[in-house]
Design a protein around this ligand. Structure first.
Ligand code: COA
Length: 329
C-alpha cells in the first residue's frame, strides 16, 4: 500500500474503580509496612474493582470518555483493540463485549496480550491501520483487573498492582488536529515464564485441582530481575529518542507506571531531570496495560502536554517485551 495518512489522537479517557486499597490496608493482610512499600516503590494506594465489575466494565467507561472528547459516536468506530492480560475470560476477546455494550455496530475488534507493553504496542498497530487507509477511527483501550490474579498472601506481588482502564481514540491527524503519531518500537526476548507470569490456565498448565492447589493461577514474579531489566530498557528507549530528536524536543515522558525507583534510576542514567516525567504511581500502583493511557490522560488534564513537543511513552514487562510510543502534541 502506498498511501500513508498522518495519524493523530482525537480523544483520551480513563476510568478507575472507586475502592482504594492503601498500604495500611495491606499491612493487615501480609507482613509488610507502608514505609517499606513507599520507599521501595513509591506506591501509597491502588484501586480495586468491585464485585460486579469485569475488565470490559472499566474499558467501556474509559472508551466513553475518549469518544466524548473526540466528538464521535460509537457507530463511527471502525476497530476496537483491547490491550489486556486480564480480560473478562480467556476468550472471546474482551473487545467484542466492549463493542457490543458501546453500540459500536460498525467496528471489528480483537485483544492484544502484551502485558505492561500492551497499550504502547497496540497504539502502533492502530496507527498503522489508519496510515494504510484500511480504517479511519481506531479505539485502543488498555484495561486490567489485576487484583483477580494476585495472591494477597504473596507480599512480593500484591503490593505492586492495581486495577483500571485508559483509552485513546486515533484517527487522521487532519481530523484530530493534535497528537501526531511519529512511531515507536516493539521488542521482545522470550524465556521469562519463570520471571513474570501467570503460569496456570493455558496449555502448559491447564486448570485442574492441582493448579488451583499450587496457586498457579496467580501472578508469579522474580522482582529483582525485573527491576534490572526495566531500568536498562527504559533508559535505552529514552536514549533512542534523545539521539534522534534532541533534548529540547522532549516535552514529557509518560512511562509505564512500574515503580518510582525504576523511573528515577532510568532518568538518572540518561541524565534527564525528574520534572520531565509524569508519574501517578503513588495513587494507582502498576495497572499494566492501563498505566500509560491513565497517566497520559491525567498528564493532559494537568496541562503537562505542551503543544508541538514530543510525548515519549516507554513501556516494558512480561515477555520480556518492551517498546515505546512517540507522539507530538
Ligand atoms: N514488604 C516487606 N518486605 C518485602 C515485601 C513487602 N511488600 N516484598 C518483598 N519483601 C522482602 C522480600 O521478601 C525480601 O526479603 P529477604 O531479603 O528476607 O528475602 C526483600 O524484601 C527484598 O528486598 P530487596 O531485594 O531490597 O527489594 P527490592 O529493593 O528489590 O524491591 C521490589 C523489591 C519487588 C519492589 C523490586 O524488586 C521491584 O519493584 N521489581 C520490579 C517489579 C515490577 O515492577 N514488576 C512488574 C514489571 S512490569
Amino acid at each position: 500500500m502506498s498511501t500513508s495518512i498522518p495519524v493523530g489522537l482525537a480523544g483520551l479517557g480513563r476510568f478507575v474503580p472507586e475502592r482504594r486499597l492503601t498500604n495500611h490496608d495491606l499491612e493487615k493482610m501480609v507482613d509488610t509496612s507502608d514505609e517499606w512499600i513507599v520507599q521501595r516503590t513509591g506506591i501509597r494506594e491502588r484501586r480495586i474493582a468491585g464485585e460486579g465489575q469485569v475488565t470490559s466494565t472499566l474499558a467501556i467507561e474509559a472508551a466513553k470518555s475518549a469518544l466524548a472528547e473526540a466528538r464521535m459516536a460509537p457507530e463511527d468506530l471502525d476497530l476496537i483493540l483491547c490491550a489486556t492480560v486480564t480480560g473478562d475470560q480467556p476468550f472471546p476477546a474482551t473487545a467484542c463485549r466492549v463493542g457490543l455494550d458501546l453500540g459500536a455496530k460498525n467496528a471489528g475488534g480483537f485483544d492484544i496480550a502484551a502485558a505492561c507493553s500492551g497499550f504502547v504496542f497496540t497504539s502502533q498497530v492502530a496507527a498503522r491501520f489508519i496510515q494504510s487507509g484500511q480504517f479511519r477511527n481506531v479505539l485502543v483501550i488498555g484495561a486490567e483487573i489485576l487484583s483477580r490474579i494476585l495472591d494477597y498472601k504473596d507480599r512480593n506481588t500484591c503490593v505492586l498492582f492495581g486495577d483500571g482502564a485508559g483509552a485513546a481514540l486515533y484517527t487522521s491527524l487532519e481530523r484530530a488536529g493534535r497528537g501526531e503519531f511519529l512511531g515507536g518500537s516493539i521488542s521482545m526476548e522470550g524465556g521469562s515464564e519463570g520471571i513474570l507470569a501467570q503460569p496456570g490456565g493455558g496449555s502448559r498448565y491447564p486448570a485442574s485441582n492441582r493448579t488451583v492447589a499450587e496457586g498457579l493461577h496467580y501472578m508469579k514474579m522474580g522482582g529483582t530481575k525485573v527491576f534490572r531489566f526495566a531500568v536498562r530498557v527504559f533508559a535505552e528507549l529514552v536514549q533512542k529518542v534523545l539521539d534522534q530528536y534532541g533534548r529540547d524536543q522532549i516535552g514529557l515522558i509518560v512511562p509505564h507506571q512500574v515503580n518510582q525507583r525504576i523511573i528515577e534510576a532510568a532518568m538518572e542514567q540518561v541524565g534527564l531531570p525528574m520534572d520531565l516525567v509524569f508519574s501517578n504511581i503513588d495513587r494507582y500502583g502498576n495497572t499494566s496495560a492501563a498505566s500509560v493511557p491513565i497517566a497520559l490522560t491525567e498528564a493532559r488534564d494537568a496541562g503537562r502536554l505542551q503543544k508541538g513537543k514530543l510525548i515519549v511513552m516507554p513501556a516494558f514487562g512480561a515477555g520480556m517485551a518492551w517498546g515505546h510510543l512517540l507522539l507530538r502534541w
